[in-house]
Design a binder for this molecule. Structure first.
Ligand SMILES: C[S@@+](CC[C@H](N)C(=O)[O-])C[C@H]1O[C@@H](n2cnc3c(N)ncnc32)[C@H](O)[C@@H]1O
Length: 294
């Protein structure tokens, strides 16, 4: 049963989200500490669409070193909500300062959200706004959750994920580039296919300013996990290739589809998870702005 607007089977993504969270943990910790520095003591922080809970955990850990507070996880998908909340609850038991954890199951595109949550000092929403039919409306709603002086930080855009050598020796060279193009076409179809889909004809910083936020800025972080890969990187490359193949293979030619079958077959000598030359290189951009006090 789907609980979101995009028809995506989110529970099936949980294991892959956990693996990428583990790989990104050091970077997430740095980003979380930077964001928590913006908040007052005993802040309330919300993570909208937390996935497996990697960033919620990083935010809770940062708060635990700065006086504690409350982390609120918000997700429309029960399996993701309970998994992420469980992960954060486990992590906060070891903290020097108390961090309370709340979990709210609600569609971020519904006005019910604003009746369930308010006075938030930091709203973090990573890669979830683009799953809402009307992204500006979604950003406006997230802004309404903020306390005066509170911050909205959304992670959207950046650079696509690169994992593969240009010539894999299976199929034609340049598969990574064609997968990226097919993934982009899938994304455009996913957006336009959502019931009630509305285009966002501006960049993210403008969307935040249009929501009434001030001091809007952006910064990016790099995930750079070069070859030779650790076992986790290998598995995450398999996760990434399986995901793109699943959503985008039909947009590729027959030769590329045949190459993907071989690359994803653990019993094939061409299995991508057995290669020593795969890697993960990607960048994510965070856009943030503040609600005016008073
Ligand atoms: C792409 S994942 C992002 C996970 C994590 N924030 C990250 O950046 O890695 C999208 C998350 O948003 C949730 N989600 C999707 N649509 C939603 C909606 N309409 N309302 C609330 N949560 C939603 C999914 O269940 C999932 O946890």
């Amino acid at each position: 049963m789907t609980h979101t607007h995009d028809g995506i089977d989110w529970p099936s993504r949980l294991a892959a989200f956990r693996r990428i969270d583990e790989l990104q943990e050091p970077v997430m910790r740095t980003v979380a500490e930077r964001l928590i520095e913006l908040t007052p003591a005993r802040a309330t922080v919300a993570d909208i669409g937390p996935g497996a809970g990697g960033m919620s955990t990083a935010l809770a850990m940062a708060m635990g070193k700065r006086g504690g507070g409350t982390v609120v996880l918000v997700d429309a998908v029960p399996e993701l909500l309970s998994a992420s909340a469980e992960q954060v609850r486990r992590a906060v038991t070891s903290l020097p300062e108390q961090v309370d954890v709340r979990a709210i199951r609600v569609d971020a595109a519904s006005d019910e959200l604003t009746s369930l949550l308010s006075d938030v000092d930091l709203v973090w929403a990573s890669r979830v706004v683009h799953h809402l039919p009307d992204q500006q409306d979604g950003i406006n709603r997230l802004t309404r959750l903020l306390a005066p002086g509170g911050w909205l930080a959304i992670s959207e855009g950046g650079l696509g994920t690169r994992c593969l050598p240009w010539d894999l020796g299976v199929g034609e060279p340049g598969l990574g580039d064609r997968l990226e193009a097919a993934g982009a076409a899938w994304f455009a179809d996913m957006r336009s296919g959502m019931p009630g889909s509305v285009r966002l004809p501006v960049g993210w910083t403008q969307a935040l300013a249009d929501a009434g936020l001030v001091g809007v800025s952006s910064f990016s972080y790099l995930i750079d996990l070069p070859a030779p890969p650790s076992e986790r990187v290998r598995q995450s490359v398999v996760d990434w290739l399986s995901w793109v193949a699943g959503v985008a293979a039909e947009r590729l030619g027959e030769a590329d589809q045949a190459a993907l079958v071989r690359l994803l077959d653990p019993d094939d000598p061409a299995f991508v998870g057995a290669r020593d030359d795969v890697f993960i290189l990607t960048a994510s951009t965070i856009h943030l702005g503040r609600k005016i006090s008073g």
